[in-house]
Every structure is written in C-alpha cells, then in structure tokens.
Design a protein around this ligand. Structure first.
Ligand SMILES: Cc1ncc(COP(=O)(O)O)c(C=O)c1O
Length: 466
C-alpha cells in the first residue's frame, strides 16, 4: 500500500481571487472548474477545508448498550427523596448508619505510607509489588502451602478481582493447548461480569446448575451431574466462598465431592475469591476449598480481590495466581506461565497501581497490623451475620408466608431471598427499597435502623402476592 500523499499547504496569491498552491496538481485544470459557480465552490472548499470524512461509528451502526442494571438501580436510589429508602443493591460494606467504613487498620497503614519518606510515585514492576504478591499468595494458599514451598505458584498483581479474572481468562483463551479449546463452565447464576469478561476474551461459556429455588440452597446433584457430563478438561469457575449472587457455599464435604468429580473428569479449576475473611470472619476457613484443591494436586488458577475484605474498593488491589501441577517440571512450567502472563500484563496495563497494594502489603506483612485486620474482618462479617439473624427472626415472628431459614444459612455479602421480580418491583415502587430483579439483597445495606421497616415491607409484599 502506498503511503498517503503528504499534506500540501495551499496559499492565496497576492491576488485574492486566484488560488495558488505549491503543488500545481492540486486544482484540476478542468474546463468546468472555470465556471464562476464551480470556482466559488472550490474557493470555499479550500477555505473551509475538504468535507469531513464520513463517520463510521454512527448511532445507526453502534447500538446503545443496555444500561448496567446495578448502576441504573444505584442512580434510581440516589434520586429517590424518600427518607425511608434502603439501598440493598450495592456490593459494598456499609456500617450501622449505612455509611462506607474505612477499616481502622487501613487508616493506620494509610497514615504510615503518607509519612514514609521512602515512598515515591515510580512505576511498580510489571508483576507488581513483590512484598504484596508474595503475601497475597500466602494469604490465599496458606503460608505452609506445598505449592509455595515447591515454587510452583506464580502471581501477578492485578486491577482488583475483575482484572485478575480478566487476566486469567485472557491467558486461558490464548494459551490453553487443548483443541478444540475447552469451554468455561460458570455457575447458574453467577456474578454477571463473569459472562462479559470471559466472552470478551473469546472463551466459550457453558453453565452448571448451582442454586436450588426449592431449598434456596445448593443444587449439589445438578452441579455434580453437569460436571460429569462436561467434556474432559473443561474449565470450571468456582467461587471460593460467599458465592455471588446466592450466598450459598458448598460444605467441606460437598467440596470434596466436587473435587472428586473434577479430578475424574480432568477439569481445570478457576477459583474466584473476592470475599476471603469477609464471609465467615476467618481467613483460613474462607480459603478452605482452594487449599483443599491444591492439596489434592490440582493445577489451577485463582483470581483474588482485596476490595471487600480490606475495603479497598476503589484502589483496585488484586492478584492473579497460577498454581502449576506438582511434578518434575513444575518449576519450569510455572516460570513459563509467569513469563507469558507478564507479556499479557504489559500489553494491557503495563504496571499495576501502587497505592492499594502498598496498604495491603503493609497490613499483610506486619503481624500486629494483621491481627488488627482480623478483628476488623470479624466486625464486618459479625454485623452481617447479626443482620441475617435479625431479618430471619423478624420474618418468622410475623409469620411471613414461606420458610426463611436460608437467610441465615447463606453467607457473605449477599442473600438470594427468593423474592420474585414482581415483589421486587413493589418493594421499590411502594416501599423505596432497591435490590436487583433476581431478589438478591446486599446484607450490608441492612442495619439496626432499617431492619424493622424492611421486614415489614417483605412481610407485606409476600402476603399481598402469596
Ligand atoms: C464473585 C466476584 N468476583 C470478583 C469481583 C471483583 O470485584 P473487584 O474487581 O472490585 O475486586 C466481585 C465483586 O463484586 C465478585 O463478587
């Protein structure tokens, strides 16, 4: 292809009616151009410049994307003037006054960073802050993890959990050697962004049953049957704890059954852990499933977020870990994977953001601060557990039709209440209570000031529509 002609500046001669150019070919000497009208047009076009090239990305060509349901919900909540309004959509912790909570330990770490004269604004390495990534590894896998000891874990700092899910998806889409390329199986339902992220990187998506509408608990039989039926070597996305959106987690015995089927079928586990410590208040308990799979010798990957458990939502502190299978070439495999991940990272974000990682690193690497963090985690998870117990008790006291045991049996930020879409609409229109259409509520939006009102509202809509 020949390069475009260089731009040729055109100038008026001293006689302003005649146009001259440094290039004699810029005005075709056609006879028609000498008519007064055409001469006028051509003078106009030389003054104004040539007409703009036709637009490609027109409104007709690019359909408007549907609004993100959660952001639409948040906007509607903000505009609602009712003093009784309750936001149960947002996936972020709120204190008993419905306000964001900066963890006291995070405030401390923040002050220490501000006062540290050695801190600057240089780039972090491509793989991230070393002290942070190694501490993040130990946090999720356990300090005594065989995988860490055998040097078969590679970790890259990521743009929070979303970035880690994306980096993992991109790596699998680009480097999974199996042909045809395996599908990634997501729980039905799952965090909505999983669908977008994995399809954006070109992975084909399938689903496995997860939630039983009858019991409002785990559909273990459906899940195991789907894992057995999935082609060998499928990628299975698993929520390590505090499943979003259902709040339903397998028990350790159920995890063992899931692992056994996955081993039989040669499936590849992809763990998403966005709530470690936030679910039960116990960091080791919330990482149990991942550590069990590693102990069982699985090759796997993990997307880790510090948004919820450190309250660092906007600082985007996360990590992506790849654990190679144990074996003679485990270290070399891990090094190769790390080298390819570094190239993907370089082309996507170059260098991860420093601030959140510095805060997390300080807390994770200092035993005193770590202990304070564990106390903060118990504060958050404890308040949420109290709200669960309080809601269930109020509904049962009122005799609200239906069973409400699932409210306390589910865990973490979210509860799948079983409220239907029409009920959700009545709650919003008549009671100013905002939640996603699928009946998911963020438990963190409940507090001692609005719990009675919420229970009264639920009781009312359930009776009206029963
Ligand atoms: C299951 C799950 N994975 C990942 C994330 C990622 O969150 P972030 O990117 O804020 O860390 C979330 C957040 O809601 C989540 O619920």
């Amino acid at each position: 292809m020949s390069p475009p002609p260089p731009h040729v500046p055109q100038t008026f001669s001293s006689d302003s009616t005649s146009l001259s150019s440094s290039s004699p070919s810029s005005l075709p000497p056609s006879s028609s151009s000498s008519s007064p009208l055409n001469r006028l047009e051509s003078i106009k076009s030389h003054i104004m410049g040539s007409p703009s090239p036709a637009a490609v990305f027109t409104a007709a060509a690019i359909a408007a994307a549907p609004e993100d349901p959660l952001f639409g919900l948040m906007a509607a909540y903000r505009q609602d003037p009712s003093p009784n309004k309750i936001d149960l959509g947002i996936g972020a912790y709120r204190d008993d006054n419905a306000k964001p909570w900066i963890l006291p330990v995070v405030k401390k770490a923040d002050t220490a960073i501000h006062n540290d004269p050695a801190v600057n604004h240089e780039y972090l390495p491509i793989a991230g802050l070393g002290a942070y990534t190694s501490a993040a590894q130990k946090l999720v896998l356990g300090a005594d993890s065989p995988a860490i000891r055998e040097k078969r874990v590679c970790t890259l700092q990521s743009i929070s959990g979303t970035g880690a899910v994306h980096l993992g998806g991109l790596f699998l889409a680009k480097f999974h050697p199996q042909r045809p390329q395996p599908q990634i199986y997501l729980s039905n339902p799952t965090w909505a962004n999983h669908h977008q992220i994995f399809s954006n990187v070109g992975l084909s998506i399938a689903q496995y049953p997860y939630f039983s509408p009858q019991t409002k608990g785990l559909d273990l039989d459906g899940m195991l049957a789907a894992l057995r039926a999935a082609p060998r070597g499928s990628i299975i996305l698993l929520h390590a704890c505090a499943h979003n959106p259902t709040g339903v987690d397998p028990t350790p015995e159920q995890w063992q059954q899931i692992a056994a089927v996955m081993r039989e079928q040669g499936h590849f586990p992809f763990f998403d852990t966005a709530y470690q410590g936030f679910a039960s208040g116990d960091l080791a308990r919330d990482a149990w499933a991942i550590r069990y799979f590693v102990e069982q010798g699985f090759e796997l990957c993990i997307a880790q977020s510090f948004a919820k458990n450190l309250g660092l939502y906007g600082e985007r502190a996360g990590a992506f870990h790849f654990v190679s299978a144990p074996g003679a070439d485990a270290v070399e495999s891990s090094q190769h994977v790390a080298s390819q991940l570094a190239i993907l990272q370089r082309s996507e974000i170059s260098n991860p953001p420093a601030y959140g990682a510095r805060i997390a690193s300080l807390i994770l690497n200092d035993s005193q601060l770590f202990a304070e963090w564990e106390a903060d985690l118990r504060t958050m998870s404890g308040r949420i557990q109290e709200m669960r117990a309080g809601l269930r008790a109020r509904l049962e006291e009122r005799g609200t039709p239906g069973a409400w045991n699932h409210i306390t049996e589910q865990i973490g930020m979210f509860s799948f209440t079983g409220l239907t879409e029409p009920q959700v609409k009545v709650l919003r229109d008549q009671w100013h209570i905002y939640m996603t259409k699928n009946g998911r509520i963020s438990m963190a939006g409940l507090n001692t000031h609005n719990l009675d009102y919420f229970a009264e509202a639920v009781d009312s809509v359930v009776r009206e529509t029963a």
